[in-house]
Design a protein around this ligand. Structure first.
Ligand code: NAP
Length: 259
């Protein structure tokens, strides 16, 4: 049995993870941490009825008492790094979906992994479709040199641009796409690795992204839509299974799926 703790268990993604872990053979939920809904049953919050695991707010204490193999984190950009550190110090491998970690943060986490001998898995996007979109974009970027990204999310999302858009720009920048020319005009979005990213935040949306390539007299658009959060769960479950005993830091679901 793989013992799993979910951090951010009361949130939109956390509740979906609680549901997925509860129905998965070979996985057992041993802890649920959040700063809201303390004392409530995590299963009831997730809509699957009581599972006997209540929401607690002291991550350190739950890590020590429940000694999980893996901690899944879907919290906030402000708290995720601290949560990762606590998990690794307690020899628990973090599987991180929370976005907003910067390159410097990833470097720190890699250093902690070397010091503590405990790895981590970090994925800005756990959906198969979004990861395929990024890989296909990299291929198209060999032929279409001009590109911009539009990412569209629900209005409660805390970070912008999205982690997926930043990762897409990073992957495209490893190829030969042409950075957009002028920098820093708000009406033209933000830039990462010289690639423009436009962020839309509206109620009614969940998570969507378009990558538009411009060529001579033509454009090519690829688009991914996640109208609900269930699309992330196969990726999260795969990551939990592969994270047990992990000693290094792996970034990106594509690495686990061999894309
Ligand atoms: P959410 O609904 O706001 O859930 C986050 C939960 O974490 C909230 O209940 C929040 O409480 C709680 N929290 C805040 N600080 C905490 C702490 N220190 N310890 C424990 N819990 C804490 O957000 P969401 O929509 O689930 O998204 C969570 C993260 O996942 C975001 O960064 C989002 O971008 C990312 N995400 C990633 C993927 C992926 O595939 N990798 C997919 C979707 C979303 P409060 O509300 O009281 O702050």
């Amino acid at each position: 049995m793989i013992k799993v703790l979910v951090c951010g268990a009361s949130g939109r993604m956390g509740r979906e993870v609680v549901k997925a872990v509860a129905r998965e053979e070979g996985l057992t939920l041993v802890g649920a941490v959040d700063i809201r809904d303390i004392g409530k049953d995590a299963g009831e919050l997730a809509g699957i009825g009581s599972i006997g695991v209540v929401i607690e707010d002291d991550l350190e204490e739950v890590l020590k008492r429940a000694s999980p193999d893996v901690m899944v984190d879907f919290t906030t950009p402000a708290s995720v790094k601290n949560n990762i550190r606590k998990a690794m110090e307690n020899r628990v491998v973090p599987v991180v979906g929370t976005t907003g970690l910067k390159n410097e943060d990833i470097e720190d986490i890699k250093r902690w992994a070397e010091e503590l001998g405990v790895g981590a898995f970090i994925a800005p996007n756990f959906s198969l479709g979004a990861n395929l979109m990024m890989q296909v974009a990299k291929q198209i970027g060999k032929y279409f040199k001009a590109v911009e990204i539009i990412e569209l999310h629900h209005d409660k999302k805390l970070d912008a641009p999205s982690g997926t858009a930043i990762r897409t720009a990073q992957l495209l920048s490893e190829g030969e796409v042409m950075p957009s020319l002028e920098e820093g005009q708000p009406s033209r979005g933000d830039t990462r690795w010289g690639i423009r990213i436009h962020s839309v935040r509206l109620p009614g949306l969940v998570a969507h992204q378009e990558i538009i390539f411009g060529g001579q007299g033509e454009t090519l658009t690829i688009r991914h839509d996640a109208p609900s959060r269930e699309c992330y769960m196969p990726g999260v479950i795969t990551a939990i299974r592969k994270a047990v005993g992990l000693k290094e830091v792996i970034v990106g679901l594509d690495k686990l799926l061999g894309l």
